[in-house]
Design a protein around this ligand. Structure first.
Ligand code: PSU
Length: 306
């Protein structure tokens, strides 16, 4: 059976066929992760960072039932303001296509579509993980199982403490996903540069990470790689400030019975309100920082494959 391919923008198609570096970007961050207009400004800003660092950005989404890689500016503008948009992980894509829905793609769906398009590196803010209390709820993001079966390198700023970080790292180990911290021994916790847990590996340059990716695939592992890039020092929040805010948001979600796919967007929105916008500012900076590293990795990786 032949596999589907997302529809590529002309720019992305040209870059891929010439072997030039391309970086995939997700769209749930636009549709469910940030409020308008910060979501649009961030999406446009992140694309610019990718370009400034020598790669072509390919924002991935489902538009009116069509799988897409590479959106035009007017499409990003529409997506950023659209109401009732679906949040699609990989398993939701087929139904979204049949129902001609517009969907923001999560990390799991974006990894899958990037792989089908032939894009090997993807930048985001945070990946989903094992939620706190998962021993009761079983709430484990499909992002983690996708990392265990799809060969995409995902650059993120670690995992937020809305999640159980220790269990998330355990689950990634079971899924055979290497966790590589950039320039540090510590696994970062999204808003802060340290989580209290070590990453499995440390590499110090985009070139080294690109070589590790190449070898990982040549070994036939079949899994993705998680690259954890700590938030820049000047944008990082202090643990005392953000940990209390996160705990309040988690408690509120429990009291209101919010669960499943609504949980992550609720927590992100509530943390932004409770932190008076500080978390959103940090979020924007770390996504830009990840886009820069991903683009530098893509440049080095394209040179290796030549
Ligand atoms: N974490 C963030 N921002 C986000 C998300 C996670 O800091 O926007 C989004 C990503 O798209 C991720 C998804 O793939 O939430 C995970 O959702 P869930 O926990 O329901 O699997």
């Amino acid at each position: 059976m032949s596999l589907l391919k997302p529809q590529l923008s002309p720019e992305v198609a040209a870059a891929l066929s010439a072997g030039r570096p391309v970086v995939a970007l997700e769209s749930t961050i636009i549709t469910h992760g940030m409020p308008y207009p910060a979501n649009l400004e961030t999406a446009l800003g992140v694309e610019a960072v990718v370009r400034d660092n020598g790669a072509v950005p390919a924002t991935i989404a489902v538009i009116d039932g069509e799988l897409r890689a590479g959106l035009e500016r007017h499409e990003l503008e529409t997506l950023a303001q659209a109401k009732g948009v679906v949040k699609a992980s990989g398993r939701d894509l087929a139904v979204a296509m049949v129902r001609r829905q517009t969907a923001g793609t999560t990390v799991s769906a974006t990894m899958l579509l990037a792989d089908l398009a032939g894009i090997e590196i993807f930048a985001t803010g945070g990946v989903g993980g094992v939620h706190r209390g998962a021993e009761q709820t079983f709430d484990i993001s499909a992002d983690l199982t996708e990392l265990g079966r799809t060969r995409t390198a995902v650059v993120c700023a670690g995992v937020k403490s809305i999640l159980d970080i220790s269990k998330t790292l355990e689950f990634l180990e079971t899924q055979r996903v290497p966790v590589i911290a950039f320039g540090t021994e510590d696994f970062p916790a999204f808003f802060t540069r340290q989580s209290g847990y070590k990453a499995d590996h440390r590499l110090d340059s985009p070139e080294e990470i690109a070589r590790a990716m190449h070898l990982h695939h040549q070994l036939g592992t079949g899994t993705g790689l998680l690259i954890a890039n700590p938030i820049p020092q000047e944008a990082a929040l202090t643990p005392d400030f953000i940990d209390g805010t996160i705990a309040d948001a988690v408690r509120e979600a429990e009291e209101r019975g919010i669960s499943r796919k609504e949980l992550t967007p609720f927590l992100l929105g509530r943390i932004n309100e409770l932190s008076k916008g500080e978390s959103l500012k940090a979020n924007i900076e770390l996504v830009r920082n990840n886009a820069k590293l991903a683009a530098q990795m893509a440049v080095a990786y394209a040179a290796l494959k030549r």
